[in-house]
Design a protein around this ligand. Sequence first.
Ligand SMILES: [Fe+2]
Ligand SMILES: [Fe+2]
Length: 149
Amino acid sequence: MRRHPGLRLLSEEHHYALAQARDLRLVGSDQCELSPAAVLERFLVFWDEGGHDHFRKEEELLLPLYNRYAPVNTVEMLGLFIQHTQIRRQVMLLRTAAELQEKELIELLHKLGQDLEAHIRQEERIVFPLVEATVPDDVLGAFESYSLS
Ligand SMILES: [Fe+2]
Ligand SMILES: [Fe+2]
């Protein structure tokens, strides 16, 4: 899928997030060599170093920009906020996962992996195309230079 240059950075970040989601989904199986604790640790580093800011960029910059041209009280845009909140809740819970049994930890990691992957697919297939169809080309082109405060 061709992505508008203004959204290219966010789309690139989705590739890293999908790789994390894959490990989260497969941990505990023979398709993942890392231990659950190692997958969790790596995910939390990814989250703290970029994943969290990616969510913020979408919430604080992209949706307000979109909202200049279209309402955000729609299933698609509300879905984005809801999914972000649910994923944040899971990350919050996993930070205190030290006292969990391994089986319980694996279940939480699998759920996070599934939810994260579904969220990214939803953005790539539904939300970003909506943004591209709604925000004028030149305005969206400047989005790459927007930064979080
Ligand atoms: Fe998102
Ligand atoms: Fe995203």
